[in-house]
Design a protein around this ligand. Structure first.
Ligand code: MLT
Ligand code: MN
Ligand code: ZN
Length: 303
């Protein structure tokens, strides 16, 4: 299985258009050792030709241009994106669907609550019926195995993550299993296994098994501290409130990941207020010592 990180940033990307925090301003000025990151998306393929796009970010156009396999050019109008799978209905993961309107009929894999959000609160699916049209394939977030027939050679399992539906969801204040999922993806030929959860708010018992089987854990890198946004004067929202487990502190991501010694550990969906974006930060040194990598756009893995 080939895994390609199209965007390693969280919502807003890095730098964020209106942000002048230490990291966004430092990046623009060349004053910190950091590289830009587009918004959260990866793509996976068993054969290198048929790709499953996992999350469709607002930056999708630039992401496709940066990764030639997604534009193979076998005809005047052509794409390597065989299907799209979404882990939630957040703006940073769903807005790119609108860009795909110019392509062929879209095979879209989501849970039922996400399909509902994208039909009512943020009605991308009904909108696309006037353009490419959407074939929706329901995902059940109970760990059962499913395939994406448009991209053979991979098997998928989805696990419900306790998180929050977005502000525009009809059930924002009434969480449903499947509002947010983690994915366990296996290459059926090589046996390579990826666990991908850019919105991991808590280490729940049902995640232990898939996480201990994974070769690569690609998990939530949004925040260093629960108070990153407050620390940077960039807002009042806390990471945990948004369904993201911070890296530092007791019970944080670093401590929790230590329970999985075999896996390669990669943080993804990194918010622009997170000090780990600075390669020379104290926080990055702590991650290095713990054997945890910070994803960058263009990171490419073969499992
Ligand atoms: C999240 O992951 O919490 C959201 O994408 C935040 C946002 O709206 O950017
Ligand atoms: Mn997000
Ligand atoms: Zn910023």
């Amino acid at each position: 299985m080939r895994i390609h990180v199209l965007g390693a940033g969280a919502g807003g990307g890095f730098p964020q258009w209106n942000c002048h925090c230490r990291y966004c301003a430092g990046l623009r000025a060349g004053a910190i050792a950091a590289r830009p990151r587009t918004q959260s998306s990866i793509t996976v393929s068993a054969d290198g030709e048929r790709w499953v796009l996992i999350n469709a970010s607002p930056d999708i156009r630039a992401q496709i241009e940066a990764f030639p396999p997604l534009r193979p050019g076998r005809a005047v109008r052509d794409t390597g994106i065989a299907a799209v799978l979404l882990v939630d209905s957040q703006i940073d993961h769903a807005t790119g669907l609108l860009t795909l309107r110019e392509g062929p009929r879209l095979a879209l894999y989501t849970t039922a609550p996400v399909q509902q959000d994208l039909s009512i609160g943020f009605p991308v699916i009904p909108m696309l019926s006037h353009y490419c049209g959407v074939d929706w394939h329901p995902i059940v977030a109970d760990g059962s195995v499913f395939g994406v027939s448009e991209a053979p050679g991979l098997s998928f399992q989805a696990y419900a993550l306790s998180s929050k539906a977005p502000p525009y969801s009809p059930h924002r204040h009434d969480p449903h299993p499947g509002d947010n999922i983690g994915l366990f993806i296996t290459d059926t030929a090589t046996g390579g296994r990826l666990f991908y959860a850019p919105g991991l708010g808590a280490f729940e018992p049902h995640l232990h098994e898939p996480m201990s089987q994974a070769d690569v854990l690609m998990v939530d890198g949004t925040a260093w501290r629960d108070e990153d946004l407050i620390d940077q004067g960039a807002g009042s929202k806390r990471a945990l409130e948004m369904g993201h487990l911070p890296q530092s502190g007791p019970g944080g991501m670093i401590e929790r990941l230590a329970a999985f010694p075999r896996a390669r550990k990669i943080l993804i969906h990194i918010n622009n207020t997170n000090p780990i974006l600075d390669d020379h930060s104290r926080e990055r040194a702590i991650l290095d010592a713990a054997g945890i990598t910070v994803a960058e756009d263009g990171l490419d893995l073969v499992l």
